[in-house]
Design a protein around this ligand. Structure first.
Ligand code: PGA
Length: 249
């Protein structure tokens, strides 16, 4: 019922030239029918080169951030319309690195998700607890607050977006949530979505897992009933490991 999605989050890695090389290698290594949707999210400056490298392939392009307004005096910012013009289908919003480094709140994430939807982009809305929050037994409470805040007013549009559960303690650390820990969090998120938008919509909304997904743990994670693919950081920067994860989905 839900098709799986594996998306690479390249973060602040890859120049335009390097991005084109990586995108070409991923494209060439992809089985003709991977059976999953695949996307890559390069830095803004590599979007054009990567879009050209992926033209005519089934791999979708995504960005890593956007500004909530369509245009305006916002030095250094990029709008949803601009991303759309560059061929983006997806845009990551509310990644924990932006929540932490740029002070992004649930309200801002919500505004960004709305702006993305309005422009016809699919937001990949990230949520996840810190290590301290997990150890204090607050994982579900934190996820509840983030989901309600980040998706406020979007209950009737859930199917147009993707959620990524990314425990902060698992990002870039080599620590992965166990398949059971991840499944519990995903099931909790799906219950929240059902309360917001109804059970049918919640059952059709994709929830990705992110946080140190590697070729050797991807299959176990992706086989959980509520895990619909992954948002891949470090392992998406090499064609071999990214393709191995795609093919294990
Ligand atoms: P990681 O990053 O796979 O390097 O842990 C995931 C993410 O931050 O999206």
């Amino acid at each position: 019922m839900r098709s799986k999605l594996v998306a690479g989050n390249w973060k602040m890695y890859k120049t335009a030239a390097e991005g084109a090389v990586l995108a070409t290698a991923i494209r060439n290594g992809l089985r003709r029918k991977p059976g999953v949707e695949v996307a890559v999210c390069p830095p803004f400056t590599a979007l054009t080169a990567v879009a050209q490298a992926l033209a005519g392939s089934p791999i979708a392009l995504g960005a890593q951030n956007l500004h909530p307004e369509a245009e305006g005096a916002h030095t250094g910012e990029i709008s949803a319309v601009m991303l759309k013009e560059h061929g983006c289908v997806y845009v990551i919003v509310g990644h924990s690195e932006r929540r932490r480094e740029c002070g992004e709140t649930d309200a801002l994430v919500n505004a960004k998700a709305l702006a993305a939807l309005k422009a016809g982009l699919i937001p990949i809305v990230c949520v996840g607890e810190t290590r301290e929050e997990r150890e204090a037994g607050r994982t579900e409470a934190v996820l509840t607050e983030q989901i309600r805040g980040s998706l406020a007013g979007l209950g009737d549009r859930l199917e147009g977006l993707v959620i990524a559960y990314e425990p902060v303690w698992a990002i870039g650390t080599g620590l992965t949530a166990t398949p059971q820990q991840a499944q519990e969090a995903h099931a909790h998120i799906r219950r929240l979505l059902a309360a917001m938008g109804g059970r049918d919509a919640a059952a059709r909304t994709r929830i990705l897992y992110g946080g140190s997904v590697k070729p050797d743990n991807a299959a176990d994670l992706f086989s959980q009933p509520d895990i619909d693919g992954g948002l891949i950081g470090g392992a998406s920067l090499k064609a071999d490991s990214f393709l191995a994860i795609v093919h294990s989905a």
